[in-house]
Design a protein around this ligand. Structure first.
Ligand code: ASP
Length: 585
């Protein structure tokens, strides 16, 4: 028997009990004739005490231990003379009577502590040590609970978890695929799924009615803080449903998770059309923890010889409450912020609506105080407020203004991590035009159903056709997205043709789906949540990496196992891949 208790469970009521614990030496302190060891396991930390006078040899043995040794200890639970209020076991200690070293340990490259770590590179290289840290392990415990509660919620509502294949075929739409060569079919390749989209639709054709899967997906995209090449989705599909049914079911799931994990009762989620999201927030994932909506000023700014505005398609402002007192330096900072290459604005125009009612702007040469007054009125500004104005080509300027809005929200403390605001963004456009290639792409994916009332516009004005597609946004993060699908093979064929697929190519790529639709496909739709994003939101993390046990770094590398890695020429030969390794080296 290695242990009969864990390091997290002993309390004052256990005093005088004889116990055996096993764990890692977290810390050793010597004080006079006493040695104290904090023993750690997944459940907590318990103090062990060794008294020179009571048992000299044992105390000497304890003195020889070092951080991260794995030991077993037996002793009696005793009340501590100086209690530690910060940990649940802080009232007691174990007066040790025996220790066994189960395994020695080298000094770790960084100490296992909550607050400090060894920097990102070391943490990733020694992730197994990093995971010993409370703060990191807690995120994985939360992840487990969220996955578990999700399964429970969906199981109770008749969803079946079905596994779908990981080795599938490559599809040209969406992100880049990860490709896997096939030894038995040389010259041919599998792809790893970007999502189980087609399979879940086929399961609906099979009559499974309600499907879900907590599933790894793979996308070979450039990485960011909220992206990993492999990530996990809570992937769901339902039959005989419309958009409203899906939104209700998964609003329910989200509420259930907030209730069980955070004790928060969320009220019903507001809905916003994609068009409004763009118009008022310049983003399809607006952070609605704060207002600061965009106000269009184009018409009020024309004909004053200010060429920048006169030549702009869009002039828009946000009103930052109470910021008229911003100093020159603060305003310069904001100007630098919008001019950063990632944002790309040429400049920033401001209007101070001073407390005394006067208005001062950075474009006083062109605009009278009366002009500025009209701007301020339209923005609902009050004395003390600051207007920030950007202009340019509509889409670009709105995007820039969106970044500025988020920055102002952060500066004003309006983006509290513990304040959760959920939002459904609905009525996405069906298509997105790639101006360079002069062709349309599916905004969501090619199986998304257009709104029935917009189908007639598919030929005449494809860009305005709206889809039965929706996203769940929490605090400005896209947590999930889905759509009602096309279940009619003729309409699916039509969409492929709008997307520029020849009939042969559509048949080649998606023939199995279109054929399946010929055998009685029910109306269906679904959604997928990004589990990593959801967990990091719940945990208040800035990056999804810390809720993934073994994540990749920004160049897609696993620093610990050093992947991806080169393979032997023989392996390549076996796969029929003619690659000259010497040239690559
Ligand atoms: N498969 C979609 C995605 O990964 C989600 C869905 O439409 O259900 O974004």
């Amino acid at each position: 028997m290695y242990r009969n208790r864990t390091c997290g469970e002993l309390r004052i009521a256990d005093v005088n009990k004889e116990v055996t614990l096993s764990g890692w030496v977290h810390k050793i302190r010597k004080m006079g004739g006493m040695t104290f060891i904090d023993l750690r396991d997944r459940y907590g930390v318990t103090q062990l005490s060794f008294n020179q006078e009571v048992n000299h040899d044992l105390c000497e043995q304890a003195n020889k231990l070092a951080r991260e040794y794995v030991i077993q200890v037996t002793g009696k639970v005793a009340e501590r003379s100086s209690k530690n209020q910060n940990i649940p076991t802080g009232d007691v200690e174990i007066a040790a009577t025996a220790i066994t070293v189960l395994n020695a340990a080298q000094t770790p490259p960084f100490t296992i502590e909550t607050e400090t770590d060894g920097g990102d590179d070391l943490r990733m290289k020694y992730r197994y040590l990093d995971l010993r840290r409370n703060i990191v392990r807690k995120n994985l415990e939360l992840r487990h609970k969220i996955a578990f509660e999700t399964r429970k919620y969906l199981d109770e509502r008749n969803f079946l978890e079905v596994e779908t294949p990981v080795l599938i075929g490559s599809t040209p739409e969406g992100a880049r695929d990860f490709i896997v060569p096939s030894r038995m079919n040389q010259g041919e390749f599998y792809a790893l799924p970007q999502s189980p989209q087609l399979f879940k639709q086929l399961l609906m054709v099979s009559g499974f009615d309600r499907y879900f899967q907590i599933v790894k997906c793979f996308r070979d995209e450039d990485l960011r803080a909220d992206r990993q090449p492999e990530f996990t989705q809570i992937d769901c599909e339902m039959s005989f449903v419309g958009q409203e049914d899906i939104l209700n079911m998964f609003e329910g799931l989200t509420k259930h998770l907030f209730k069980t994990q955070k004790g928060i009762d969320l009220s019903d989620f507001p809905r916003m059309s994609y068009a409004d999201a763009m118009k008022y927030y310049g983003s399809d994932k607006p952070d609605i923890r704060f207002d600061m909506k965009f106000v269009e000023l184009k018409d009020l700014t024309q004909g004053r010889d200010f060429a920048v505005f006169d030549s702009s398609e869009y002039v828009g402002a946000i009103c930052a409450q109470g910021c008229a007192v911003y100093t020159r330096k603060q305003l310069d900072e904001l100007t630098d912020f919008v001019k950063r290459p990632q944002i790309g604005a040429k400049g920033l125009i401001y209007v101070r609506y001073n407390e005394d009612g006067t208005l001062k702007s950075s474009v006083d040469k062109f605009f009278s105080e009366d002009d500025l007054k009209l701007w301020a009125e339209r923005c609902n500004a009050k004395p003390g407020d600051l207007l920030l104005v950007l202009s340019g080509e509509t889409e670009k300027a709105q995007k820039q203004l969106s970044e500025l809005r988020l920055e102002m929200g952060a500066r004003l403390g309006l983006r509290d991590k513990n304040n959760y605001k959920c939002l459904w963004v609905v009525d996405f456009p069906l298509l997105e035009k790639d101006e360079e290639l002069n062709r349309f792409f599916a905004k969501h994916h090619p199986f998304t159903s257009p709104k029935p009332e917009d189908i007639s516009l598919l030929d005449s004005a494809p860009e305005v056709v709206r889809a039965n597609a929706y996203d769940l946004v929490i605090n400005g993060v896209e947590v999930g997205g889905g759509s009602i699908r096309i279940h009619d093979s003729a309409l699916q064929k039509k969409i492929f043709s709008v997307l520029g697929f020849t009939e042969e190519r559509a048949q080649e790529q998606f023939g199995f789906l279109m054929n399946a639709f010929k055998y009685g496909a029910p109306p269906h739709g679904g959604i997928a949540f990004g589990l990593d994003r959801l967990v990091s939101l719940f945990a208040g993390l800035d990056s999804i990496r810390d809720c993934i046990a073994f994540p990749k770094n920004n160049s897609g590398r696993d620093m610990m196992i050093d992947a991806p890695s080169k393979i032997e020429q023989e392996q390549l030969d076996e796969l029929g891949i003619a690659l000259n390794l010497k040239e690559i080296k």
